[in-house]
Design a protein around this ligand. Structure first.
Ligand code: ZN
Length: 419
């Protein structure tokens, strides 16, 4: 069988594995609470809070969607015309057009152009956040954050680009196989190292200070049978008033992180409800499941790019001879951009189901649906959430169930408890 035949077979196997992993590991049988309960919850939220959340989200919306559209158009313009290839050549020229220079500097230049084009929308978003009092870091802090994230992406991107095009040169016929393994490996590696190498670039993390709350949280984790080494506090208040918590890392790097803003704004019972939700993620290995599906998806993407990228019409549009050239990188980026936009609703749906399971875990673990509901109200109020966002936007991009869904789920749980 030819390398192409093997690639088709490999892609088939990866897609089946991905579908199986998603089918078996995502809690699909967890439909949202009945709509009537959601509407009842919505009716009880303060009208002012709902209106302000909606106003804020409406103010963000034009910028968010225009940025997506512009990002897509630029990716297509660079990838499906000779423009991107020329940019790659230009970036490699000071180095005599060496392939490694084209691969790294050309690749980064293409990504940078796409970022710069959407920069005005990012700035607009920051201005809206400031106007509504959510942002606390000012333009200086915003710019520093932006430069830091460019630097982090450049380092990770340079390693990935150099690795990718080195493999292509070493194995011109089988690079897709090594590339797929490498991409999957990179996803796993990043899950391990992001919390210890990248997150500290943006925030300071300190162990939660000793006290009744910490004792309570540690006892709860022990009761839950979840090995969590520490609860860390992030100095999120340096850039936002928003409250949040998350779990990241794998194995030795796993940690539960709460924003300092959450500790400042919420009652201890509400913080406990939030951490119980995060323990649910830890207990169900949601980071590991996300890493596994991400790794399978990345591997499948590389093989699919190899197969799609050998399509004559696409190569002709990009004015390249082969997808294996650094000059074809903009074409690959265009295909990845389209795939990302198309798969966003599926990713959002999987995320919402996983989040709903973590909510159920929190309710069962704390046995305190009232605190859970209070926490949801507070989260929505401070973060200026739309408690019941427009359906299309929810389906396309909501990573979490809506506030009214989460409150309705808490009430359903309370009814089960007979309260
Ligand atoms: Zn969560």
């Amino acid at each position: 069988m030819s390398p192409r035949g093997w690639a088709v077979l490999t892609l088939g196997v990866l897609v089946v594995a991905l579908v199986l992993a998603a089918a078996l590991l995502i809690p699909w049988n967890r439909p949202p609470a009945p709509r009537a309960d959601q509407l009842a919850a919505l009716g009880e939220l303060p009208t002012e809070q709902v209106a302000r959340g909606r106003e804020f989200r409406a103010a963000l919306r034009p910028g968010t969607w225009t940025a997506l559209a512009v990002g897509l158009l630029v990716a297509l313009a660079l990838g499906l015309t000779p423009l991107g290839g020329r940019l790659v050549e230009l970036a490699g020229r000071p180095f005599g057009g060496h392939w490694a220079a084209q691969a790294v500097f050309g690749g980064l230049a293409v990504v940078l152009v796409a970022d710069l084009v959407t920069l005005p929308f990012a700035a607009w978003r920051q201005s809206v956040l400031t106007r509504y009092g959510l942002s606390t870091n000012g333009w200086g802090g915003w710019a520093v954050d932006l430069l830091k994230s460019y630097a982090v992406s450049a380092v990770i991107g340079a390693v990935a680009l150099l690795g990718f095009y080195t493999v292509i040169r070493l194995a011109p016929r089988w690079w897709w196989a090594f590339g797929a393994a490498g991409a999957a490996g990179l996803v796993v590696l990043l899950s391990f190292v992001l919390p210890v190498l990248v997150e500290p670039v943006f925030n300071r993390f300190t162990p939660m200070e000793q006290g009744p709350l910490r004792t309570e949280l540690t006892a709860m984790a022990a009761r839950d049978g979840v090995p969590v080494r520490d609860v860390l506090v992030a100095d999120a208040s340096r850039r936002t008033r928003a409250v949040n918590a998350y779990v990241s890392g794998l194995g030795p790097t796993r940690r539960v992180v709460v924003y300092d803003t959450l500790l400042r704004e919420a009652t201890p019972a509400e913080v406990t409800a939030v951490v119980a939700h995060e323990l649910g993620h830890a207990k169900d290995s949601d980071v590991a499941v996300g890493t596994l599906t991400g790794a399978l998806g990345a591997g499948a993407a590389v093989v699919a790019l190899y197969l799609l990228g050998s399509s004559r019409p696409l190569l002709r549009l990009a004015d390249v001879d082969s997808v294996a050239q650094p000059r074809a990188f903009p074409l690959l980026l265009a295909l990845v951009t389209v795939a990302g936009l198309v798969s966003a609703p599926v990713q959002a749906l999987m995320s919402r189901r996983v989040e709903a399971r973590a909510d159920a875990h929190a309710l069962a673990l704390t046995g305190d649906p009232a605190a859970f509901e209070a926490m949801q109200r507070r989260l929505a109020g401070i973060n200026l959430a739309d408690p019941d966002p427009p359906r299309w936007e929810y389906l396309y991009s909501a990573s979490h169930p809506s506030t009214v869904e989460r409150i309705a789920a808490a009430r359903a749980h309370a009814r089960e408890l007979g309260r």
